[in-house]
Design a protein around this ligand. Sequence first.
Ligand code: AVJ
Length: 323
Amino acid sequence: GFPGVKVEVYVRPGDARRALKQEVLEGLCNTPKELSPKWLYDERGSQLFDDITRLPEYYPTRREREILLAHAGDVARLSGATTLIELGSGTSEKTRLLLDAMEEAGQLSRFVPFDVSESFLRRAAGTLAREYPGISVHAVVGDFEHHLNRLPQGGRRLVAFLGGTIGNLKPAQRARFLAELSSGLRPGDGLLLGTDLIKDRERLYAAYNDSAGVTAEFNRNVLRVLNRELGADFDPNGFEHFAPFDEHNRWVEMRLVSRREQTVWMQSLKRRVDFAAGEVLRTEVSCKFEQHRVEAELDAAGLGLAAWWTDEAGDFALSLALK
Ligand code: AVJ
């Protein structure tokens, strides 16, 4: 514990393994095979994603930082928020840019980091509480697909969902997510949303198929997660990374492609999974947007677009929407 930090827990360590087992039964034992991207982020996966953010080809993190550097003050002023709620993070430089702008505007009273990993969140909350001694830090351990209704009340709240992570949700999940989030907000509360934008196909491709192979390692790491958590015997080298842009769905799709016909045994599930040569396991979608679509989706959830900012190159956008 750390003075000034309160932690509320809605997800316990065992919950994750139960959810993984359930999802593997539904998503891996059928065709087409699919897993949700949340399983990519164990300790090693989070480190690999961090490495991805520094790759020359992977522009979103740098572009979003550029936008926040230019507009954090506008976000503070236009939102008038006293509480910053951050979904799925809590230690990044971007968090500090927002907290600093709110503090400078003299309106910061509380920070609520919301993340699925309790250990990560406790560390983040402690660090931020030390750096911002004047505010209360109220951490929530939850899954943003299930526990949005547990966001703490009080004050004027700004929910930040950055990085383009909303792109991991398919349209129907996204509509549900936005509606659920919006239903918990009061008039005047806001959402700061990061979305990656549709652009030149070569650049999209390069961002998810980098030449150093870091994204490939990140993708294959999910097989190590399954080996560890489910006693499976995947050979990570038996699968090839491939992340094409799907023009119809307007998303980049991360795939693991089986290099040969192979069978995998999952001890904890007492199940085998068969892969044909060339068979695809989808591990993530990353949707790419245009302004009118973001605006329409926010609107459908009862959130009005108050500001739209992009970086100089027009690669990435930050939206501020108010309930
Ligand atoms: C963390 C979901 C925003 O979709 O760009 C990076 C994850 N996947 N490279 C993204 C990711 C492959 C990233 N998000």
